[in-house]
Design a protein around this ligand. Structure first.
Ligand SMILES: [Zn+2]
Length: 198
């Protein structure tokens, strides 16, 4: 049987998605063959729509389909607090909590020697510009609890300390339902650091 080139091409595209291996890519590609023309059209349009319509907010760096994101344009948000995250997706996680009412700033990555992200590639100048002479009283640094995340947090606290009175870091610690003997020493150290009065 001759190779089904168009199917192979589709498999390769699916294979580029995170956590989709060769087998799953093959299964997904075949499932497209069973779909109606209308559903396939809708699928193509949805893919293009995501790419064409969504961009990062020029103020905070969160994803939006409008000129500015709805967090930046919401006058009821607390403009004195800025939560700094690495990626636009992190904003969605915090928003899902429904309790944080401040604003955000997305760095677009973390400082990392390994995957080549340098300070210049992150949206740090934009952050400094934003907090300079602003009403921001607190910056909460919410980078991941990894070595790179820590490095980024320490760097940020140094460059921001002249502009903002309070710079805080998310408390990292013990996993709910976990046990102490299975907890690594970095997590334990952070848990002690982030202790609070009861
Ligand atoms: Zn925004």
């Amino acid at each position: 049987m001759k190779d089904l080139k168009s199917l192979e091409r589709l498999e390769e595209s699916f294979n580029k998605l995170p956590s989709i291996g060769k087998r799953s890519a093959e299964r997904l590609a075949y499932s497209i063959l069973d779909m109606s023309n209308d559903d396939v059209d809708e699928f193509c349009n949805a893919l293009k729509g995501v790419k064409n319509k969504i961009h990062v907010c020029p103020v905070c760096g969160a994803y939006t389909e409008d000129e500015l994101c709805d967090i930046c344009t919401d006058s009821s948000r607390d403009k004195s607090v800025l939560l700094v995250v690495s990626y636009p997706k992190d904003v969605i996680s915090f928003e899902a909590m429904n309790t944080y009412r401040g604003l955000y700033h997305v760095l677009g990555g973390i400082i990392s020697v390994q995957n080549g992200k340098s300070i210049d590639e992150l949206n740090i100048p934009g952050l400094i510009e934003r907090v300079k002479d602003s009403e921001v009283k607190e910056i909460i640094i919410a980078t991941n609890p990894t070595i790179e995340g820590e490095t980024t947090a320490i760097y940020l606290s140094k460059v921001l300390k002249d502009y903002v009175p309070n710079i805080t870091r998310l408390a990292y610690g013990l996993q709910m339902g976990g046990t102490l003997d299975y907890t690594d020493s970095l997590t334990l150290a952070k848990a002690i650091e982030g202790r609070r009065k009861i």
